[in-house]
Write a protein that binds this ligand. Structure first.
Ligand code: NOJ
Length: 584
């Protein structure tokens, strides 16, 4: 895709000349301050099923996305990460792929895809695709052949355990109704492994033929011109196939026992040599192992593996308890920033398709706070170091739908856990209550375009109910309101693009023991910015070091019309100041 000349690009270009520093994608350089387009990129993650339906079948599709590209462009984002759009029977909404070289029927055709990519590039928007290769669908032809006979040439594409050997060593499964990752298959009297659902058998990466298939698939899409991959569940691809017994309780720390298995780095280095290194692309791993060293081993530029990873430690703060401790939250983000301050790179996000809505989770979706709280959380994402990932609808302040009834849920994770509980006589009512806070379906409801029926998402029956608050909370209404969450979001993306310090600047935590306010500076070259974020619904004082004098600082952006002349932040207030001294 042709390079885009942004103010930040101009600023950084001048810097290159001054420092004679040469770096385009920094694959060979080591420092976190080395420039790269994927560090300057703001990613907009879009759940295709729920973005825009063009044909009235109730399911979002590629033509729908094409019709909204001008909107996406207007947000000031640089890339779109699309959740899987490949052919799939949709056991797990596209994360179960039956044909990697075809488009899911619900979403359209390959011709629609080609148009989408062309139209995105025409608008200087990059496209990042999901690469789901820890597992396929059980309806993929590889698996169909693999399960048909022990002698199939595809047998070794998956992990099989012949039943005459007895039961395999237990492995826990995320979505199985019995939490059992080994499924007995009578066709060949053997068990196959599935870390996710029964319809998502795990590929055997020890088989070089499997790896070659994956590299060919990657090249197929890269040769079409896509700009990168988000690598689904990638930390799990390498397994210890001696199947050791894990200690009791291992299922409580799945990443430690299942993640970063033997040969993972060999595979990634091979992939880099065969594919990644031949293209100027962005690569991001879902998951980053269970330690900072694990994470660094994936993204250290000297190792030639991936550009960045996203970790779950931030998401796990408080474990979906709305009363999480902000001190923990600050500790986690500060720890991760420090670990990557010199080299490597991370992603910053507060929500995605596997999480509830960030507003409901990290702040408050009560009507009186929605506006300030959404703006505050977006300020966090767009002022931290790391590539920001903004999830569709968070630019409007979309919130959890909080279904009361299991029949409203569509997510296999919720449905199978409910069935398992019911089968075992567990407390299903308490479970439904907890799902209102944590179910992934909360974050997957259709985009709220306008106040017409079904929020303008579809003329049919939406595959997942639309949040009833769409009559007042929608894109059209916010586009017309200058002080809306949407218009604030656009100011933030513009600020990030024109302020190199927000991308590359060093991060320093201020007032660390403040339990209510997250404050930090971003410093780069001769510029310093101060970010103050009140994460609470009550006024909260901030204690600044004497070196910071707000009376001489220049306010840059705020989510309230005015700020009283005090050092107390209003509920969910966000303030950005430029601390750079003006000419005396
Ligand atoms: C992680 C994806 O983000 C999630 O949605 C999916 O269910 C699992 N991987 C399995 O592919």
């Amino acid at each position: 895709m042709p390079p885009r000349i942004t103010p930040l690009a101009i600023a950084t270009g001048i810097l290159f000349l001054l420092t004679a520093c040469v770096s385009d994608n920094s694959r060979t350089s080591g420092s976190a301050a080395d420039h790269a387009w994927w560090k300057e990129t703001i990613v907009y993650q879009l759940y295709p099923r729920s973005f825009k339906d063009s044909d009235g079948d109730g399911i979002g599709d590629l033509k729908g996305i094409i019709s909204k590209l001008d909107y996406i462009k207007s947000l000031g984002v640089d890339a779109v990460w699309l959740n899987p759009i490949y052919a799939s029977p949709n056991d797990d909404n596209g994360y179960d792929i039956s044909d990697y070289r075809n488009i899911m029927k619900d979403f359209g055709t390959m011709a629609d895809f080609d148009t989408l990519l062309k139209e995105m590039h025409a608008r200087h928007i990059r496209l990042i695709m999901d690469l789901v290769v820890n597992h396929t669908s059980d309806e993929h032809s590889w698996f169909q052949q693999s399960r048909s006979s022990r002698n199939s040439p595809y047998r070794n594409y998956y992990h099989w355990w012949n039943a005459e050997r007895g039961k395999p060593t237990p492995r826990w499964s995320f979505f199985d109704v019995n939490s059992d990752a080994w499924k007995y298959d009578s066709a060949t009297n053997a068990y196959y492994l599935h870390y996710f659902s029964r319809k998502q058998p795990d590929l055997n990466w020890e088989n070089p033929q499997v790896r070659k298939e994956v590299y060919d698939i990657m090249k197929f899409w890269l040769d079409k011109g896509i700009d990168g991959f988000r690598m689904d569940a990638f930390q799990f691809v390498a397994k210890d196939t001696t199947w050791p017994t894990f200690p009791p309780g291992y299922d409580k720390n799945i990443i430690k026992y299942y993640g970063m298995g033997p040969h993972l780095h060999d595979y990634l280095q091979e992939m880099n040599k065969e594919v990644i290194g031949k293209y100027d692309i962005m690569t991001v791993a879902e998951g980053a192992g269970s330690t900072l060293d694990d994470a660094m081993s994936l993204v250290d530029p000297a190792r030639h593996e991936l550009n960045m990873a996203y970790h779950f430690e931030g998401m796990d703060v408080g474990s979906h308890d709305s009363a999480y401790d902000l001190l923990d939250f600050k500790r986690v983000y500060t720890k991760w920033d420090s670990a990557f301050a010199q080299k490597g790179w991370v992603s910053i996000f507060l929500g995605n398709h596997d999480q509830p809505r960030m507003l409901s989770h990290w702040a408050s979706d009560e009507p009186q706070y929605r506006d300030a709280a959404s703006k505050m959380l977006n300020t966090f994402i767009l002022t931290m170091r790391g590539t920001p990932y903004c999830y569709y609808g968070d630019e409007l302040g979309m919130s959890n739908i909080k279904f009361d009834n299991i029949h409203d849920y569509r997510d296999i994770a919720t449905i199978n856990k409910y069935l398992e509980l019911k089968h075992n006589g567990g407390d299903t009512a308490a479970f439904i209550q907890s799902q209102k806070r944590s179910s992934r379906d909360n974050g997957r409801t259709p985009f709220q375009w306008d106040a017409t029926p079904n929020a303008g998402f579809t003329t049919g029956t939406p595959w997942l109910k639309v949040n009833p608050n769409y009559t007042t909370l929608n894109q059209q209404a916010q586009a017309q309101e200058p002080s809306s969450i949407l218009n604030y979001f656009k100011k933030l993306t513009q600020l990030r693009h024109t302020t190199p310090a927000l991308t590359y600047g060093a991060y320093t935590l201020i007032d660390p023991s403040n339990p209510n306010v997250y404050a930090y500076t971003r410093q780069y070259e001769n510029k310093t910015y101060l970010i103050l974020l009140n994460f609470k619904s009550h006024p909260s004082p901030i204690f600044l070091p004497t070196s910071i004098d707000l009376t001489t600082a220049t306010p840059v952006l705020s989510n309230y019309p005015t700020h009283p002349p005090t050092t107390t932040l209003q509920p969910y207030e966000a303030l950005i100041y430029d601390l750079t001294p003006t000419n005396p």
